[in-house]
Design a protein around this ligand. Sequence first.
Ligand code: BES
Ligand code: MN
Ligand code: MN
Length: 462
Amino acid sequence: METIKSYVQQHKDRFINELIELLKIPSVSADTAYIQDIIDTANAVKESLEKAGCDIVEICDTPGNPIVYGEKIIDPLLPTILVYGHYDVQPADPIRLWTSPPFEPVIKKTEIHPEGAIFARGACDDKGQMYMHVKALEYMVQSNTLPCNVKFMIEGEEEIGSKSLSWFVERNQEKLKNDVILISDTGMISNQQPSITTGLRGLSYVEVEVTGPNRDLHSGLYGGAVANPINILAKMIASLHDENNHITIPGFYDKVEELSLAERAEMAKAPFNLETYKNALDLNDVYGEKGYTTNERNSIRPTLDVNGIWGGYTGEGAKTVIASQAFAKISMRLVPNQDWEEITELFTKHFISIAPAGVKVKVKPHHGGQGYVTPTDSIGYKAANKAYTETFGVPAIPVRSGGSIPIVALFEKELKSKTILMGFGLDSDAIHSPNEHFGIFNYLKGIETIPLFYKYFVELSK
Ligand code: BES
Ligand code: MN
Ligand code: MN
């Protein structure tokens, strides 16, 4: 019988071309101007699942973007794997920083991807990683090796908070029943060292608005006599961290789970080179919370970051003006046990309390989600590790990631099952940045590794 390795070798050009077609559709969820592209992408995903061998595939309407659901049930007594992924992508801007247009995929070689990488928005996050699962199913169906039942749930709002997916999951518990949830929407350490993501951070995302005078003012006539909302906003934001880069919001750290020294020592074993890290980002030094390493700062510690700030005159030349309003978008990455709604409330209360009387402040919550940690002794984790070990030749290392997939915590709550995060992207793949790409090596390795997860998951479940 044909092995997955030879099947991938034989069909790789088609696999790459199919992904390229999917990447051409600009399914940006943040901007409603792309709604038709969202629908087109959902339809393309539906078609691909039908072709791969799902028995039922449907586009499920929601209050927002459609969800693609597919399944192949071969025997109700066998385990069921639920594959989750997202077909929506981040906005491509700033477009001028792309070396090729974001929705005209091209293959280019890089230092890290000598065999080439597909450059396009969504290549790694998450169309490329999601499509590996479609192709893995195709192989298992073609070779008659699908060892269990499979369900697919591919959504179109992950990048904007998965609101409709929460709605959908709450209403479809029976339909979505499964033994394990499998997701490829994270990364791994390197192409030589696979890793399995055992934790995700939670998120609270807010927008703040500071209003001073009721109109923009001449900065000479009024400057110095009224509160300038931009000055005030900058000052308020700066006060949210102290000199040790601890966050100053009262109660913010109350529920933070502190790792033991032994756990931190275990974490420190993962390969990491600070010089390489700095060089890759053109940084003279790293920066962050006192008392923690870079890897700890971006995974087991909570953060507060301004994602965007605006107000006043930003056009060409100089305009002497005191703006009436200033705005900022702020995200807080949270760790297990911090509740995102509680943190949003703490932020709101604190931010309003530090505003001087000369301005009015509004805080608008956007979205959020809880963090997630998964044990390494589950059947799912063991199966994933066996699969990686077989295709990479070395066992995977457990790693807690700094990113968020808020829906994962909801899956556990509503569907009562564990999620296994089998990611194949690299940090250098520039997800959310200009020139996002996904290595051909990674794409094909993913397709090779996934069927082994199925095999070992079923074997270990017996
Ligand atoms: N796939 C990412 C999350 C991710 C990437 C986790 C790499 C771990 C490693 C996902 O699409 C994403 O970008 N999530 C958002 C949160 C969402 C609510 C907008 C994030 O982390 O900013
Ligand atoms: Mn993603
Ligand atoms: Mn993303």
